[in-house]
Design a protein around this ligand. Sequence first.
Ligand SMILES: Nc1ncnc2c1ncn2[C@@H]1O[C@H](COP(=O)(O)OP(=O)(O)OP(=O)(O)O)[C@@H](O)[C@H]1O
Ligand SMILES: [Mg+2]
Length: 271
Amino acid sequence: MSNEVGPKGTHMPPGVSRCSLVDIEIRGLSKWFGNGENSLEALADVNLSIPAEAFLTVVGQSGCGKTTLLRLIAGLEAPTEGYIKVGDRLVEGTGWERGLIFQEPRLFPWATVAHNVRLGMPERGRGAVGVDAVMDLLRLVGLGDFADAYPRELSGGMAQRVALARALAGSPQVLLLDEPLGALDAITRTRMQDELLRIWQRRQLTMVAVTHDLDEAILLSTHIVVLSPRPGTVKSVMPIGLPYPRDRTSVEFNVFRQELMGMLLREEYGN
Ligand SMILES: Nc1ncnc2c1ncn2[C@@H]1O[C@H](COP(=O)(O)OP(=O)(O)OP(=O)(O)O)[C@@H](O)[C@H]1O
Ligand SMILES: [Mg+2]
């Protein structure tokens, strides 16, 4: 498989052009929760330039602000200081161009799989054309035969794929994923990793994901951001210049793994 080298030195996935992709710019971003004595600085002066073609993964200890960062990009939280721009637009609340997937699927139990996906579409997309679009999305995530099923009839992996289809239904330019594969078994997780890469490559998305799994981060990402805790700050941005698909058993993969592990351990033990 050939790999173009992106304009900022990253490996672009095959077949992807930059035309409908958007950069994310984060400047001087801080986030405080609470007031007075109970206040807590979750993120402090975060600066990141996320290139449009990026598959960026955020790693770091529990409580270092990964979810907060994603919620700020999604517009579910407002910054205390600083700003986030997606393309030319300042983030001021949620928007269809930014889809968010949580660790748990959060499907509507009373709605079928197809209905759940349709609810991810803007009003204007839910008409007759929407029916075809929903089926296309369900096929994309391998659930073409489950349109009429209810969430209670699905496995965890299937439910998470419905959540993925629902997030894609808004035609986002940016997909934000908060430990989306955390609850899955090893085999389903491996399949979903392939699926995420395929969707990233086909649908021209900027991906921003959180994971605790370093192998997963190296397998998927063009860039890995390491956050350090209390308050959350960017400790390092590591470009992963390996071609796709990546081989977990390769020497190069292992070098990245060691480097990342070393960085997180130094963070934990302060040496
Ligand atoms: N709504 C909130 N109100 C008050 N404090 C909050 C709120 N959300 C997050 N925090 C605090 O902000 C800090 C960062 O939380 P966050 O959930 O972003 O961490 P995280 O890196 O996602 O952790 P984990 O890996 O456990 O999911 C934590 O100390 C948390 O207690
Ligand atoms: Mg979190």
